[in-house]
Design a protein around this ligand. Structure first.
Ligand SMILES: C[S@@+](CC[C@H](N)C(=O)[O-])C[C@H]1O[C@@H](n2cnc3c(N)ncnc32)[C@H](O)[C@@H]1O
Length: 295
C-alpha cells in the first residue's frame, strides 16, 4: 500500500555536525555536494559501516569521510575512476593531465569531441573522467545505448595541478572506503544490523535515462529498503521532490510504514533543468529534495 503524504516533517537540526565540503572530484548530474552536510545532519548519531550504493560523484561520501564504507554504482567506468583513486592515484592524475594537454593544444571543441568519441567507442574510466570535468553544465548525459551525448562545456576545465590536489584530498577522505561495481540491491543486501545506507537513486521521473539506468526501478528499491529495515539496517533515501504535471506538483508515493521521518532538504536549482533550459531563466526552477528515513 502506498501513501501520498509525508508521515511527518522534522525541523532541520539547529547546527550540522559536519562542515560543508565543496571540492568536487567529478562533476555529476544530480550531485549533492552543496547539501551533503545538511543531509548528513540527519544521519543516526552512531552506526557501523556506511554504504552508498548510488555513488555518482560521491558528494555525501566525500563530505562524511567515513572510517569504514562500501561505495558502489552500476556504471562500470565510473567505479573504475573511484577504484583508481584508491589503488593508483598518480594514474588518475596522469589520465587527466594527458587529456588536458590534448584539449589545450588544439581546438578545444574538437579535442573534447575526440575524447568523447574515444569513450563512446570503448567506455573507459580515463575518458569519462575528463568528459565529466569538461562537458556542458557538468551533465554527463548517456543515451540508451550508453553513448555520452553531452556537448563541450563553455568553461575551460580545471588545471591538472588543481585536479591533482583534489585527488590527494579525496584520497585521504575515502581511504576507509571500498569501491565496488554493481547493482544497488547486491550492495544493500550485504549491509548488516547497525550499518547505514544512504540512497540517492536516479531522479525517478526524469533522470532514469541520464545514467542509462534501465535496471533501476523504485519498487525494487523500496523492497530492498524494507529488507534492510527488517534486519536493523538504517536507510536514508533522497527522492526527487515532486513530479510536475502542468502546474500541479505531485509527491512520489512511498509505501506506508516504511519510513519513520520525512525531511525536505533544499537542493536549490535542479541541475537537470539547468541543462534542458540552457540559456533560459531559471527563476521558477527552485526544487526541494525529500529525505526519507527508516529510523
Ligand atoms: C543521482 S545519481 C547519484 C549522485 C550522487 N549522490 C552525487 O552526489 O554525485 C544516481 C547514480 O545512481 C547510479 N545508478 C543508476 N542505476 C543504478 C543501479 N541499478 N544500481 C546502482 N547504481 C545505479 C547512476 O549511475 C548514478 O551515478
Amino acid at each position: 500500500m502506498y501513501s501520498q503524504l509525508p508521515l511527518f516533517q522534522s525541523e532541520p537540526p539547529p547546527s550540522y555536525p559536519i562542515a560543508p565540503f565543496k571540492t568536487q572530484l567529478l562533476k555529476w548530474v544530480g550531485n549533492k555536494q552543496r547539501f551533503a552536510h545538511e543531509i548528513i545532519g540527519y544521519f543516526p548519531a552512531t552506526y557501523n559501516t556506511y554504504f552508498e550504493p548510488f555513488l555518482g560523484s560521491g558528494a555525501i561520501l566525500g563530505t562524511l569521510a567515513p572510517e569504514n564504507a562500501v561505495a558502489s554504482d552500476v556504471l562500470k567506468p565510473l567505479v573504475e575512476i573511484w577504484q583508481t583513486l584508491k589503488t593508483a592515484p598518480e594514474t588518475l592524475k596522469l589520465w587527466y593531465e594527458q587529456r588536458w594537454d590534448v584539449y589545450q593544444s588544439q581546438d578545444r571543441v574538437a579535442a573534447y569531441e575526440q575524447i568523447k568519441s574515444s569513450y563512446n567507442a570503448q567506455p573507459n574510466a580515463a575518458d569519462l573522467l575528463f568528459v565529466s570535468r569538461s562537458c556542458y553544465g557538468g551533465v554527463v548525459r548517456f543515451r540508451k545505448d550508453g553513448y555520452i551525448s553531452t556537448p563541450c562545456g563553455i568553461h575551460a576545465p580545471i588545471q591538472p595541478e588543481s585536479f591533482a590536489n583534489r585527488v590527494d584530498i579525496w584520497g585521504t577522505r575515502t581511504k576507509g572506503t571500498e569501491f565496488i561495481y554493481g547493482d544497488f540491491e547486491d550492495s544493500m543486501d550485504s549491509a548488516q544490523k547497525g550499518d547505514l545506507i544512504y540512497c540517492d537513486p536516479p531522479y525517478t521521473y526524469t533522470q532514469a535515462i541520464l545514467y542509462g539506468a534501465q535496471k533501476f526501478s523504485l519498487e525494487r528499491l523500496f523492497n530492498a529498503i524494507a529488507r534492510c529495515k527488517t534486519r536493523g539496517v538504517y536507510v536514508a533515501l533522497s527522492l526527487d521532490g515532486t513530479k510536475k504535471t502542468g502546474k500541479q506538483e505531485l509527491f512520489i508515493p512511498v509505501p506506508t510504514g516504511l519510513f519513520e521521518q520525512e525531511i525536505h532538504v533544499n537542493v536549490g536549482r535542479s541541475m537537470l533543468k539547468r541543462f534542458q533550459m540552457a540559456g533560459e531563466t531559471l527563476e521558477a526552477e527552485v526544487v526541494s529534495d525529500r529525505l526519507l528515513l527508516t529510523y
